[in-house]
Design a protein around this ligand. Structure first.
Ligand code: IVH
Length: 676
């Protein structure tokens, strides 16, 4: 082959690598792909083919080098030129204020001065260090003991979002840069990974952090490559060729270089602003796609880092303010069996009071009898209690090694703890009180009937409902509409005014909507959203009552289990009687007009969301879609019309690409809903 031919090939190779790297970045870092998978594959195949024919032209930054090297016997050792430090911790606002005060003392600033901090999530993964020389990734290492770590270069190269070559423009003057960040596994990927392992009979990972660590430290890079690893960067340990003044500038430079930078970071001015940021992140914690266990605050001015220095292997210019622990140890004092509105009897743990996530917990769910058996709980056990976000506290597991032999078995009841009826087994895990007029079932079903999303009877709380039932005033929800003032006045602490108010609210609730009415009936597995789907599909309650299982399952989002609950409910003579009685009492709703719906801009369109939007919370965006006639679906399927992709999207994006579902970004979504 002559020189000009070789030059020709070299320039095609260069173009291919640039183009593929650009698409990798668009896909894995920005999550905004521009081309289809098959177009991408065509480019990649061409590159592989050319490199096979001209092996002398393969370069270390070629995208083909991301596929991973052969296994090694053991990892080499890397001595960190700049030690990988730890962070000192704060557990409260007061401790953070102490930190802020110490900084001001060392910097000789006035106590009232507001220091600027970069606030960012504390990621719970495995820290890594990457070195790029002249823009090319030459080394990746783990933290190890902070002084020396393991050489995992071949493994980090397989991580999709880590570039083998930095962007030429931004990296032009950077001869050398060492960046630090965290390798993580997103929560949804973690769940999928564990499910796959379970299917293969492999032991599950305990948490995303362990999974990330175990996946990165594999001697065979092919195993690492098969794991869903991602990496976020938050620190420049050393840079040669560019001068920066603040930490935020560092983060912005990392972005321009094509690295994936820690999301949610923000400049905070002074301690109050920092606290506000901390609280905001604490709220976001559950909905974030990755685990974070606190907030890291770093003094923004880099010249101050030099003055502040470090102490016992932690910098004095940064602190990790940890989120309150979500788990605590308590004692299982007793188990109470609660009867719910559908008659299902569930075990509730009575606990020695304990603070979890800043709240005192005395009761927590034990889920069901099966769970008690599986985990082997006994009364008297020391147990781990967990409270995450808005979910009800739960008892995670007993500490078996702490037993002293005085623990007692938990015996599920044979009879309903409220009405004494013999309980029946329902499916594998549930026990149920079959008595439709069990006072506990009645109370719970009326609380549900009167609740905000259902008939919305203002002022009718749990205590009053209990009084009605105990005094024999009501035997079913319809009896509420038959109450008279003289009945109410017989109750303790009931005055004329209060009685009138309650009767007014009850009267007002008669005029309702079909979705509310359906939801109020308390059909098993039918929440507000399903009630809306049913109302829209059937327009009247009569149509719904007559619907066959086939018709029910033909509705998007309604599966066989929900369909069967609905059919079972309407097949019960007692329920039919209750519905006639409610209608006789005067409950009425406007029939749902289908024409109106179809006239709306998003009528008939199914939306799925993934990632975080800037302009709205997820709930707001979903409400807008519904108001404009669209439907919000929970997962991507062929019935999805649009996948709206925010920042940090989850696995839904990949699925949408596979199924050829249209994906739109936030801007396109705003245009679609007429806000742009
Ligand atoms: S900065 C010298 N920023 O926490 C400070 N670290 O306890 C360099 N970490 O080893 C680290 N999120 O693995 C920094 N936003 C963040 C972080 C973070 C998590 C980890 C990191 C470090 C450990 C220190």
């Amino acid at each position: 082959m002559n020189n000009s031919e070789l030059e020709h090939v070299a320039s095609e190779l260069e173009w291919l690598r640039k183009e593929i790297n650009r698409h990798n970045y668009l896909y894995y870092v920005l999550n905004q792909p521009e081309i289809s998978d098959s177009e991408y594959d065509a480019l990649f195949d061409r590159l592989v083919e050319l490199e096979r024919r001209y092996p002398e032209l393969v370069t270390p930054d070629s995208p083909t080098q991301k596929v991973g090297a052969p296994p090694v016997e053991e990892f080499g050792i890397v001595i960190h030129k700049i030690p990988m430090l730890s962070l000192s911790k704060a557990n409260s606002f007061e401790e953070f204020v102490d930190f802020d005060r110490r900084c001001k003392e060392l910097l000789r600033l006035d106590p009232s001065y507001k220091i600027e901090y970069s606030g960012e999530p504390k990621l719970d993964g495995l820290s890594v260090s990457l070195i790029y020389e002249n823009g090319i990734l030459v080394q990746g290492s783990t933290r190890g003991d902070g002084i020396q770590g393991e050489n995992v270069t071949q493994n980090v190269k397989t991580i999709r979002s880590i570039p083998l070559r930095l962007f030429d423009d931004a990296a032009a003057n950077i001869r050398y840069i060492e960046v630090r960040g965290e390798v993580i596994i997103h929560k949804h990927d973690f769940e999928r990974l564990n499910a796959e392992r379970a299917a293969k009979g492999e032991p599950p990972f305990a948490n995303p952090r362990n999974a990330a660590a175990g996946s990165l430290r594999q001697l065979d890079p092919q195993i690492t490559r098969a794991r869903p690893l991602d990496a976020f960067f938050y620190y420049i340990a050393e840079i040669d060729g560019v001068k920066l003044e603040t930490h935020i500038e560092e983060l912005e430079l990392l972005k321009k270089l094509g690295l994936k930078v820690i999301p949610y970071y923000r400049l905070c001015v002074g301690v109050d602003d920092a606290r506000e940021y901390f609280n905001k992140l604490l709220e976001e914690k559950e909905s974030a796609t990755f685990d974070m266990d606190g907030v890291v605050f770093k003094v923004n001015r880099l010249d101050w880092w030099t003055i502040l220095g470090e102490i016992s292997r932690s910098p004095r210019w940064a602190i990790a303010w940890k989120f309150p622990a979500e788990e605590a140890i308590s004692v299982l004092l007793d188990v109470q069996w609660n009867v719910g509105r559908t008659g299902i009897v569930t075990p509730v743990a009575m606990l020695k009071p304990v603070r979890v996530s800043g709240v005192e917990v005395r009761k927590a769910t034990l889920h069901n009898e099966e769970e008690i058996k599986r985990k082997g709980f006994k009364i008297g056990d020391k147990v781990i209690v967990r409270r995450a976000g808005e979910v009800i506290p739960e008892v995670v597991k007993p500490l078996v090694e702490a037993r002293d032999g005085n623990e007692k078995e938990i015996v599920p009841p044979k009879n309903c703890p409220v009405c004494g009826s013999e309980l029946v087994k329902e499916g594998e895990v549930f026990i149920r009180c079959p008595n439709v007029s069990c006072p506990a079932v009645l109370k719970e079903s009326i609380i549900h009937f009167a609740s905000r999303g259902a008939m919305d009877i203002d002022g009718l709380g749990e205590k009053l409902i209990e009084q009605f039932i105990n005094n024999g005033l009501i035997n079913d929800p319809a009896d509420l509409y038959l109450l008279k003032k003289e009945n109410l006045l017989t109750l303790e602490r009931m005055g004329d005014k209060l009685a009138s108010n309650i009767l007014d609210s009850i009267e007002r609730s008669k005029k309702t909507t079909l979705p509310r009415f359906i939801y109020a009936l308390g059909i098993r597995n039918v929440g507000e959203h399903t009630a809306e789907l049913l109302a829209e599909h059937f327009s009247t309650l009569e149509n719904l009552m007559d619907a066959s299982l086939e018709e029910l399952t033909s509705i998007r989002e309604i599966g066989p289990v929900v369909a069967k609950s609905i059919r079972d409910y309407f097949d019960s003579p007692a329920n039919k009687k209750l519905i006639s009685k409610l209608l006789l009492c005067g409950i009425n709703y406007e029939p749902v007009k289908k024409e109106e719906k179809t006239a709306l801009p998003l009528s008939g369109k199914g939306f799925v969301f993934t990632g975080t939007l800037n302009s709205f919370t997820r709930e707001e965006a979903e409400r807008i879609v519904v108001e404009l006639g669209g439907k919000v679906l929970s997962s991507v399927s062929s019935k999805t019309d649009y996948l709206v992709v925010g920042s940090e999207p989850g696995s839904k994006l990949e699925k949408a690409r596979k199924l050829g579902v249209k994906t739109i970004n936030e801007d396109e979504f705003l245009r679609l809903i007429g806000r742009k």
